[in-house]
Design a protein around this ligand. Structure first.
Ligand SMILES: [Zn+2]
Length: 145
């Protein structure tokens, strides 16, 4: 099986060649490109989004509106500004993007914990505490939402 790093590198190659994400003039602005963490928990996604400032990196999570209604939310983690992108060779760009993406992936992964009841890995926004997911909190602890 391919390592995560290898898959991420292949994705970066694809984005550089097909979407010219390293080129401010050619890249599609404000159009996020997603990478899914296949095989990990509920397979969360991280993204790269070319903006007028540079390349924005982050992950998609859930935000609770009024404490009840789930809504997808893009959590921005890092921006690689165009001036910096332009200073790098293509290989250096690849390496810089890889490093930031791996950091973004790892920070999202760290938000996941195993639920004490169902043993699923659950993201922070779907748990009531470190060890209990929302559905198990209802089922086992009688928490009402
Ligand atoms: Zn659970």
């Amino acid at each position: 099986m391919k390592s995560l790093k290898t898959k991420v590198l292949e994705w970066i190659d694809f984005l550089l060649n097909q979407y010219s994400i390293n080129n401010k003039q050619k890249a599609l602005m404000d159009c996020p490109l997603y990478f899914k963490l296949e095989g990990f928990a509920d397979e969360p996604v991280v993204y790269i989004k070319p903006t007028h400032e540079g390349l924005e990196f982050g992950f998609e999570g859930t935000k609770w509106i009024d404490g009840h209604t789930p809504s997808p939310y893009m959590y921005k983690k890092h921006t690689l500004i165009w001036d910096h992108v332009d200073d790098l060779s293509k290989e250096e760009q690849q390496q810089a993007i890889l490093n930031i993406l791996m950091k973004t992936i790892n920070s999202r992964k760290r938000q996941y914990r195993k639920c004490q009841f169902c043993s699923e890995k659950v993201a922070t926004e779907h748990r009531i505490d470190q060890n209990t997911c929302h559905s198990c909190a209802s089922e086992h602890l009688g928490v009402v939402y």
